[in-house]
Design a protein around this ligand. Structure first.
Ligand code: ADP
Ligand code: MG
Length: 704
């Protein structure tokens, strides 16, 4: 027999074929269980009475009790409205109706007590509620209090077919009545575990989330369900990690040899920061352990990840292995190649570059040299993970700016080892993500954070200016150029194929050239559609200081390093997301000079866009920016947390539930430390559920 919760939704009384279709299409609800997991997105609190004198301090809907002192009709025809003066002894306000006047008016009596409910707004210093709910205090007392009322989100289509929050509540009621006390909601933990972690029963939690007894019980219910959701994700990631570490051997790089030592003493142009040293130590520890390393290095733009990558690769070479560095774009791969070649010029190593535009003949030679082991370090784009590329002895793969690489591409890398050894993997990202998200998306990786910038960097000054200030900005640019600095001017290019964006770029370029004429000024231009050689040519001229201004799309977003560029002007900045703005800004502030970033926007800015601009002006801290970004967009929109359009989280919110997540993770760690295979009898329920989850949701993590 099928478990009760897997019953198709059309069998629920009140559903039927058409509603079932609607529930499926609008809310992905196919079964009783799906309905039960369709959670309210907020609750209306009718447990509290507010006072008019304190209205200014509450947000959203409020409930008041008081008397109506007068009722009058104002205006005529369509402009007619009904206004009731309402007082509760602490102040007075207006209740207003534009519709349903005929029905409402006879029900408003002066002198008796009413309870009214709605959202107050302030109009010219006086508060009012438009279309409040109301009833006499007497009738309200007779009813059983519904306390906190759940509100379910709806879609236009569902509402149009009368499937609104009330209707969903009704279905939920039917379901809960059938399920209560029947043991249909499986418990997931042994009773000791539940007691220790203060978890109410899962059935009680579900019932209270939909029909809260009171707000305290609701909090407990929410905690329980969020904990379950986050706990099993963590359990799964941690199990995966243990599994991988036991399954795969990693090459042992035990020796710090000639290359590392000579690089350190002869080639390193600066002192490493404390954070760089710490992360290199963490990596060295992994590489010497005999287990396969899967480590994520998070470091804000400019924190110096390249050196960390480089020294890890030298460690591989010292131990007789090859290393590969994979970058998301050709520009970046080429830049890494030339930087790294320059840094290692004294060491007499064979370093090669392989990208999509490497010529066939050259490629053939490269392939051969990789197979014979002649090449020590290979740098390239994803071209280097194609199947034809075979290594003699690949020991370490570094993936720079990971968010551009898919899981599948990474999986290909695993096949490139030899003798049952899997290459160590180091993933570097300059897109800081909030800690809670990192714990979830990369929960199976070890992580290191470079949380310190090289000394002497001055924080970038960020300004927000409206388009009308353009001439002033041009003058500012001229001053900077006169001081010998270089400037990026960036245009949004959300979609490479959008002709309109290209027009913006072209127009922008022309106006810059008009304002900054030759021969006094040289202006370059860069976009994603250009041929690689042309891009390279333009980048090279900019690097060499032959052009002072680079007009560009976001192709310069990732990793491009020109220390003399100390100013960036971002056009239509409101069209960029926060993390992208932060990435772009990271292209300046790389030298010793004071750097500037100017965000240009129109006057008409939405609330969210304004928050983005303010955040950029306020802080240079990538992690703080990531937090705000997650709050604005919700974690579901951030890379890696969505699968096939469905958010991973049904009830948790990573920007608010950090503490629950932390608790879930450490509880999962404790559990696995005590019982790695979940063999103990008291963990049987937990194991059973974990296995089921893994079958149902095979591959949810790290989709990016
Ligand atoms: P990112 O982390 O953004 O990849 P890079 O590795 O490109 O940063 O480094 C940014 C700049 O800082 C480079 O010009 C690099 O040479 C320089 N740099 C890195 N580490 C240090 C250091 N410890 N001291 C001084 N400069 C450094
Ligand atoms: Mg970098």
């Amino acid at each position: 027999m099928k478990p009760f919760l897997e019953t198709a939704i059309e069998f629920l009384s009140g559903v039927g074929t058409e509603r079932a279709k609607l529930l499926r299409e609008e809310f992905h609800i196919k079964t009783y269980g799906d309905l039960l997991q369709h959670f309210p997105f907020r609750y209306v609190d009718k447990t509290q009475l507010h006072q008019i004198s304190g209205i200014a301090n509450v947000e959203g809907d409020i409930q008041l009790q008081g008397k109506i002192t007068s009722v009058r009709l104002i205006g005529t025809g369509r402009a007619m409205r009904l206004v009731a003066e309402f007082t509760d002894g602490t102040g007075a306000m207006e209740l207003i109706w534009f519709k349903g006047i005929k029905w409402v008016q006879p029900n408003l009596k002066t002198g008796i007590d009413y309870v009214v409910f709605g959202k107050p707004t302030n109009f010219k210093g006086k508060y009012n509620i438009v279309h409040p709910e109301f009833e006499t205090a007497e009738s309200r007392e007779k009813k059983v209090s519904t306390a906190l009322q759940p509100v379910y989100s709806g879609t236009e289509k569902a509402k149009a077919k009368n499937l609104d929050t009330k209707a969903i509540g009704k279905l939920m009621n039917t379901l809960v009545l059938q399920l209560k006390g029947q043991g249909h909601v499986a418990e997931l933990y042994g009773s000791d575990f539940r007691e220790k972690n203060h978890l109410m029963s899962r059935e009680e939690a579900f019932i209270n989330v939909h029909f809260p007894q009171d707000s305290q019980t609701l909090q407990k219910a929410l905690f329980r369900l969020k904990f379950d959701e986050l706990f099993f994700i963590q359990l799964r990631l941690l199990k995966l990690k243990i599994l991988n570490q036991n399954k795969f051997k990693g090459a042992v790089f035990s020796e710090v040899g000639e290359m590392v030592n000579r690089f350190y003493s002869e080639c390193l142009p600066f002192e490493l920061t404390g954070a760089q040293k710490r992360v290199i130590r963490e990596i060295r520890h992994d590489l010497g352990s005999g287990k396969q390393m899967s480590r994520l290095v998070q470091g804000d733009v400019g924190s110096g990840k390249t050196i960390v990558a480089l020294m890890s690769m030298l460690l591989a070479v010292d131990n007789g292995y090859q290393a590969a560095l994979m970058a998301p774009t050709e520009i970046l791969a080429e830049q890494h190649f030339s930087n790294i070649s320059a840094l290692l010029s004294k060491l007499n190593l064979h370093i090669a570059l392989l990208t999509g535009s490497t010529k066939t003949a050259e490629r053939r030679i490269l392939h051969e040299q990789l197979r014979t082991g002649e090449i020590h370090i290979l740098i390239g784009t994803h071209a280097l993970i194609e199947e034809v590329v075979q290594f003699q002895k690949l020991g370490l793969v570094i993936v720079d700016e990971q968010h551009r690489f898919g899981v599948e591409q990474r999986a290909k890398l695993w096949l490139k080892g030899n003798d049952g050894e899997v290459p160590h993997m180091l993933i570097m990202t300059a897109t800081p993500i909030p800690r809670t998200l990192a714990m979830t998306v990369y929960g199976d990786l070890d992580t290191s954070v470079i949380d310190e910038l090289p000394p002497g960097r001055k924080p970038i000054k960020t300004l927000h200016r409206f388009d009308s200030a353009r001439q002033k900005i041009f003058d500012f640019m001229k001053q900077e150029i006169a001081l010998g600095r270089q400037i990026y001017v960036v245009y949004p290019l959300i979609d490479e194929s959008e002709t309109m964006d290209y027009k913006d770029l072209t127009d922008g370029y022309e106006s810059i050239v008009r304002e900054f004429p030759q021969p006094q000024y040289q202006v370059g231009v860069l976009n994603g559609k250009m041929k690689p050689q042309d891009k390279e040519y333009e980048m090279q001229r900019f690097k060499e200081g032959k052009t002072q201004i680079m007009v560009s799309t976001t192709v310069i977003e990732v990793g491009v390093d020109v220390p003399n560029a100390s100013m960036m002007v971002i056009e239509s900045a409101e069209r960029f997301g926060l993390s992208q703005l932060h990435q772009l800004r990271g292209r300046v502030g790389r030298g010793a000079e004071q750097s500037f970033c100017v965000l240009m926007t129109g006057y008409a800015l939405g609330q969210e866009a304004r928050t983005r601009m303010e955040t950029m002006v306020r802080t240079n801290d990538g992690f703080e920016i990531a937090e705000v970004d997650m709050r604005l967009r919700g974690p579901g929109d951030i890379q890696g947390t969505q699968q096939s359009g469905q958010p991973i989280f049904k009830i948790s919110n990573l920007s608010k539930d950090g503490q629950i997540l932390q608790a879930a993770r450490s509880t999962a760690i404790d559990l696995l430390t005590d019982d790695p295979k979940l063999e103990k009898r008291e963990n049987a329920l937990t194991k059973h559920h974990l296995v089921k989850e893994m079958k149902d949701r095979p591959n949810w993590a790290r989709v990016s």
